[in-house]
Design a protein around this ligand. Sequence first.
Ligand code: ADP
Length: 199
Amino acid sequence: MYQLTANPKLKNIVLFGPPGVGKGTQAKLLKEKYNLVHISTGDVFRHHIKNKTKLGKLAQWYMDKGNLVPDEVTIKMLKAEVEKNIGSNGFIFDGFPRTELQARALDKFLAEKGEIVNGMVALEVPENILVERLLERGKTSGRPDDQDEAKIRNRFNEYSTKTEILKDYYQAQNKYFGINGVGTIHEITLRLSKIIDNL
Ligand SMILES: Nc1ncnc2c1ncn2[C@@H]1O[C@H](COP(=O)(O)OP(=O)(O)O)[C@@H](O)[C@H]1O
């Protein structure tokens, strides 16, 4: 039903996968290729933390522990980011939704605008490789949540208990597309593009 009202040129993509899987790297490349607006909830929160806003202070309390920021706060922030970019070709959501409540909120919010999530593209990489990657990133990223193995493990725990089920949520709508996330950056961009081209 939503298909009829949605602008066929618009593409709203959810880039999905566990911490450290390479969503940020790929989102930046795909954003250029498809002329989409990239919204990384992690980046937006870090921006608020850097600028010491009220939202930043609140988010930091959760992020520093490797916990998810509460849904209510995250959804409000995400909506504001979308509103700032109305009229774009579409969005790449990176790090959102991360809970079923967020996914429902996104569907509802987009439907109000006559839009849909066209597809969730997921990068799949084994967890042991990811922990190594995150610790490596922690040496240069300056991110406190990348520097401590206990925090990293907690992020995976949040992922497996709250986020992973979104695979089922989108699969039920025939919108889940998983790809192997091990390979060169270029190989992975090609794998993702093949899916996006057919959405
Ligand atoms: N959609 C979201 N819901 C709740 N918390 C979020 C969300 N997106 C980001 N965060 C918070 O920001 C942190 C870092 O996010 P991000 O940079 O996307 O990390 P990662 O590399 O772990 O995928 C998360 O661990 C979480 O605390």
